[in-house]
Structure formats: C-alpha cells, structure tokens
Design a protein around this ligand. Structure first.
Ligand SMILES: NC(=O)c1ccc[n+]([C@@H]2O[C@H](COP(=O)([O-])OP(=O)(O)OC[C@H]3O[C@@H](n4cnc5c(N)ncnc54)[C@H](O)[C@@H]3O)[C@@H](O)[C@H]2O)c1
Length: 335
C-alpha cells in the first residue's frame, strides 16, 4: 500500500502511465502559486481536466484552505473516481492528501513532490494533514497516495533556503541509516534523491501505522515542531527543515547529557551549523515552546515524548523531563 517514490527525467510518460492505470473520471492538478509557475510547465503534455491553485506557504496549510479545495471539488461535481495530482512541496502534498482522504470518504491522489523535503520525506508514507491554531498537522490522516513520481529537475527553481530545509530531513535519514553526513549540501540527482527517500520508505514499510519503528522518523521533530509553531505564532517564516535541524541538534544534546551517548551529537555539532543559521529564539520564549511541545501528537498525558537517536542510528522514544528540555533549549540559545 505504501508505494516507493520513483525519480526519473522521464516523468511525463511515467505519470501518463500511472494515470492510464488509475483510469480516472477526471484529473485535477493542484499546485501552489510557485509550482504553477515553475513546475506545471514541465507537465504540459499531461491532459489535466482542471487546475486548482493554493496560496503557497505553511501559513496556508489550514482548515480553511482545505475546505475551499473540497468546495471546489463539490462545485465541479467530481465523483469518487476523480484523481488529484499534488504538484508541490510538503504543504501541497499534505493538504491535497488530506482532501483526497476525506472527499467522498476517499479518492485517489498522486504526489509529484517538487521540493527536496517533499521528495525525501513529505510525499512518502501517507501522512496527510493541515495545521490549526498554530499546531502543526493537528488534523490529518494516514492515507497513502496512488503513486509518487518526481524529477530532480524540479529543484532547479527551488530557493536555496528551501533546499536547505529538505537537507535537514536527509541528515535525519542518514543518521537513522548509520551513514556519514556530509558537512555541505552535495550536488544531487535522481539517484541520490531516490536513495535518501528509500531510507524513509523502508522504515514506513516496516511499520505503516507508526506503532514502533516509524516513530524513529520523529527524531528532531518534538523540538522542531515546537520551534516551527512558535515562529508561526510570532509571524516569522521558518521553513520546516530549519526547525528540524535545530531540533536534531538540541535533542542529540539531551542524548549526550542524559544517556551518555554522544554519537548523534558528534555527527551534528559541525554538520548543522555548517548549513543552517541559528534560530533566533530567546530564553523568554521557552515557556511557550514547552507549551507547544505538550501538544505534540506523540505525547500521552503531559509528558514530552522524544524520539532520540543513539549510537549507529538506533532510535528510541522516551519521556523527557521539562527541566532537561528547558536546559537543552537554553544551551542552544547560549551556544
Ligand atoms: N506528510 C509527511 O510525512 C511530512 C513529512 C515532513 C514534512 N511534512 C510537511 O511538509 C511541509 C514542508 O514541506 P516543504 O518544505 O516542501 O514546504 P512547501 O510546500 O511550503 O514548499 C516550500 C516553498 O518552496 C516552494 N516550492 C516548492 N517546489 C518548488 C520548486 N520546484 N520551485 C520553486 N519553488 C518551489 C513552495 O511554493 C514554497 O514556497 C510542512 O507542512 C511539513 O509539516 C510532511
């Protein structure tokens, strides 16, 4: 049920073939304002029936935007055999996937990720969703796409800050696969991206409903999501991966100090600052950051649950004490 992502410079015939197999009544391509301009022209030979454009950016991954898309599908009287094609980064694939999972109790969708983060992470594994009241992905579902197809050529127009954002998820995957982390973002092609995405795909296949092994993919995300949430709350744009990179570093410091295992920290201490600027948070932000963490979906009761990474990329989920978390955030702020 969880298909592998295919990366190829022959994306048009591959997408054409997937559409032929799906045999839909109508095809709706959904983009955001950037991917309409930069990515849709690369698919001009695909016979879409309708094109719907979302406003770009995480601030638009909302219940309102989701409802507007559903209302558009209703207005066009689209039936259960409609195929949605999500052409964009993780914001587009998450929102379109959620609309597909709920419209008429579920229609098919194909992910065509166009950002590095979308290619190696967001488009894979079937997690869909929207944010609400500054809480990331609080409304969502697990609903795998019919296919995932992409081409490294889309990345030519991706802003550097967004390429860096995707790199954070590559770093996480390399850690979990016990592979070396380059200190600079390397040149990338379809083969390297396919390799990074396959690390996530294998983990998802081993645990599709996130009961155990898949929880490892949340490494860096307890802290990362809370940092992202505080930035949304303070009206600052912080690409997801930049928050995750800081989250990986802060969480690895906890593994080092509390569990006497510096393996992940040693790998990240130079590799993260080499690519990512420090996130501008202040000690006064910590109570709000901790409050955001208490909303994390991994938590039960009021504990803060983190997926920490120990030697050789082995991960485990543990409860982190509030004081320990506060201390780790302070260390990052003062570093
Ligand atoms: N479902 C999952 O498993 C999962 C995993 C990780 C992240 N996510 C979600 O993914 C989102 C982040 O994804 P993202 O970083 O791709 O964000 P995004 O979709 O907002 O894309 C980032 C920016 O890049 C632009 N863009 C995308 N492709 C482009 C291209 N080829 N050329 C020019 N501009 C382009 C977008 O318009 C946007 O402005 C978050 O909402 C996060 O929660 C989901």
């Amino acid at each position: 049920m969880h298909s592998r992502a295919v990366f190829s410079n022959q994306i048009v015939p591959l997408l054409g073939r997937a559409i032929q197999i799906a045999n839909p009544s109508k095809i709706v391509v959904v983009t955001d304002d950037n991917t309409s301009k930069h990515c849709l022209p690369l698919l001009k030979e695909i016979p879409f029936d309708l094109h719907y454009e979302l406003k770009s950016g995480e601030a638009n991954k909302t219940v309102g935007a989701y409802l507007e898309l559903v209302e558009y599908l209703m207005q066009h009287k689209l039936d259960r055999n409609t195929l949605l094609i999500a052409l964009g980064g993780g914001m587009v694939t998450d929102l379109v996937g959620y609309a597909a999972s709920t419209y008429k109790r579920g229609i098919r969708y194909i992910n065509v990720p166009t950002s590095l983060l979308g290619m190696v992470d967001a488009s894979i594994g079937g997690k869909t969703g929207v944010d609400h009241q500054s809480i990331k992905n609080i409304i969502g579902s697990i609903y795998p796409p019919f296919a995932i197809l992409s081409n490294a050529a889309f990345l030519k127009t991706l802003p550097v800050i967004e390429l860096q954002s995707g790199w954070a998820e590559v770093v996480k995957h390399l850690l979990l696969a016990n592979q070396t982390i380059p200190t600079q973002i390397p040149d990338m092609d379809n083969d390297s991206i396919a390799h990074w995405s396959s690390i996530k795909h294998k983990i998802v296949l081993s645990d599709p409903y996130e009961k155990n092994k898949r929880l490892a993919l949340n490494a860096g995300h307890t802290v990362g999501h809370a940092l992202e949430s505080i930035m949304i709350h303070n009206n600052h744009h912080l690409p997801h991966g930049h928050a995750v990179a800081a989250g990986l570093l802060i969480e690895s410091n906890i593994t080092k100090d509390e569990y006497n295992d510096a393996w992940a920290y040693d790998q990240l201490v130079d590799a993260v600052p080499a690519v990512f600027s420090k996130i501008q948070i202040k000690a006064a932000d910590i109570p709000t950051i901790l409050q955001f963490m208490s909303h994390d979906k991994k938590n039960q009761h009021n504990d803060i649950k983190c997926a920490l990474i120990k030697a050789k990329g082995e991960a485990w989920v543990t409860t982190v004490n509030l004081d320990v978390m506060e201390n780790a955030l302070l260390k990052y702020i003062n570093s």
